[in-house]
Structures are given as structure tokens and as C-alpha cells.
Design a protein around this ligand. Sequence first.
Ligand code: GLY
Length: 381
Amino acid sequence: MSYEKIIADNKAWIDEVFTKLDKKLSRTAVTSRNKIPYTTKDGVHDDRSGNPHGWTNGFWGGLMWLMYEATKNEDYKLTALKSEEFMDKAFGEMDQFYHDVGFMWHILAGANYKLTGDMAARNKDILCAMSLMSRYNIDGNFIRSWNNHWQGQNNENWTIIDCMMNIPILYWASEQIGDERFKSIAIRYADMAMRDHVRPDGSVNHIVVHDMKKADTVLETKAGQGYAVGSCWSRGASWALYGFILSYIYTKEERYLDTAKKVAHYFITNLELNDWKPLCDFRAPEEPVYYDSTAGAIAACGMIEIAKNVPEYEKNIYLSAAMKLVKSLEKNFCNWEENEDSILQMGTEMYTNGIHKPIIYGDYFFTEAILKLRGSEFLPW
Ligand code: GLY
């Protein structure tokens, strides 16, 4: 079935979900304007605006920009700008920056620049790209992920698959400044992740530990936010799936498209086994059953982008899977009630902690997926 036919067959459902999104988000855009929400407590958004260094802090404003682009409702824009204002404090403490600048600023200040042309926002996004580039370890040939934020932890030689979603800021900066070095480092990272994080069967290692002094080495892998070493944390897989198709979109290197497809095939097979409800880890004991709705929403966005970038007779595989996935998320995990600020429930922070709760990036990626299905070509990444 063609891309257009799948969308046409599902148009009524997509429009209905968009209306529900706009109804809830146009309300919370006003009631949560002076917050940066992460989750909800008793149905009300919490507030992380006091800590501008949190990796999830860009998603609320980013979500507001997505909805502004779709509706031109000024309430969304005002809330996105307020979010960016809260986050500006972080630029006074750039030594605390880490690899998550893409999640934090590219979909916030970067989206602001793309939609309004604001040059101060562009400048912030470029500073973030410079900060990410400065984390490149020349000898080991990798980008350092975190800082030593846990007591006694030395993670200077760790990479995490999540960073595949941060390197698009480097491709973007290369285009903006006309300087190939940003792109060159992003390509090095994507090649490392393809070799060391993605396994031959399409499952994914969350954390890889490298030799600081010798390029292209793996000392060990770690379970990270998944069940165990060798398991497959589903959100990590979804970061890979979406991240590799984004690398393909920026570089047109076929190996990244092939890698995105490989991870998607593994992801889809596991979803089919479980009624299209994403487990938190695809390679964990049958009990307890832990879901992670956020992994599904991220993967749906990636699958839609894969569908747009493969030849005609392959599109059906990825778009049909994305449709089944968002429909399952909507049916099983969305809350449209007025007395709950969040939308997508049953997100999971990691296999051992923060199980089954609404998390802001779940709402962000679910909305991004619905807007893509509705025809939006706006790509904040
Ligand atoms: N980037 C951290 C996470 O996905 O939880």
C-alpha cells in the first residue's frame, strides 16, 4: 500500500487525535507557562525550571514549538519562549554542559530560530554545538557523554547510544556556519555507534566503555538503563532508530539508512510479539512486565522518517508499523482527561527505577509522530 493511501485510510483517526492533543495542550500551555514540567503529581505538572541543566528540560518548550508550528496559536509560542528564558541561566555555567545539548536546546532554541528567525536563539544553538564538539576525544575517537555526576564515578571514556539524537546539532551547525568539522565529528560518532553500540541482530548496547588513548576500541559494555549487560533497553534502541535515520537525512550515507532499518526490524519484531505495547527491555525476564511508552513514541517518529526515505515498495513496512504503534500507544496509554496535565502514561525511566509514569518526552515524541502523520514536514532535529 502506498504512503498516501495509508495516511488517507487513517486520516479521520489522525485528525481526531490531533484535536485531542490541541485541546489538552492549549490548556496546559497557559496553566504550566511558568514551569518546565517533567512528570505530574496528582494530575498536575511538576516544575524543573529551577535546574536548567536537566537533560529533559528542552522537551516542554520543544513540544510548544511543535504545536505552534501546527496551529499558529500564540499561547504555544509564549510558553516556548518562557521555557527558553528559564534555560538561559545554564549558559552562565557552561562547564556543567554535557552531551544532551541537542535534547535541551536544539529542539528549543533551534526550533525558535527555524520558526521565527530569532538570531539570539540561533547563537545559543551554535554555542551548544561548539560545546558538544569540544567533548570529542581525539585519541579514542568518540564523544564523551556524561560528566562525573555520580559520586566516585569516572565516566570520561563512556559513550551512550542516546547521543545519536544529539549529533544532529553538529550536522546543523556545519550547514549554518559553513564549517565541515562539526559534521566530520558527527560522522565519526555515528560510525562508532554503528560498530560498537548496534549489535549484528539490530539490538543495541546502551553504554560502551572505550580506551581513552587508542582509537576504536571497546573495553566493555554496560547495562545502563536496561535490564542487564547484553539485554536491549527499548528506549536506547529507539534513540538509535530515530538517530540513524536523522544521520541519513543530513548525510545521505546509505549505511545510516541501513542501520536505522536494521534496528527498526528488531524493534518491530519485538512489538509484534507484545501486541504493539513497547516493553522497557526487549531481552528481560517475562515477569515483571515493565512497559516504556516513550520508547514507542520515539520509535514511531523514526519509522515515519524511514518510510519517507526508502523506495516506494518498502514504505508500507515502516509506515504501517508506525501507525500500529501510535494507535496502540493512544489506546493503551493516553489519558485525555481534563484533570491530568500529561498525555502519554506508562513511561519508564530505567528498568530498575521510575517505572510506569508520565514523562514529558513521551508527550513530546507522541505529538511529533502525530504531526508527522498529519503531514508536517517540520523537523526540529
Ligand atoms: N537519555 C536518557 C534517557 O533516555 O533516559
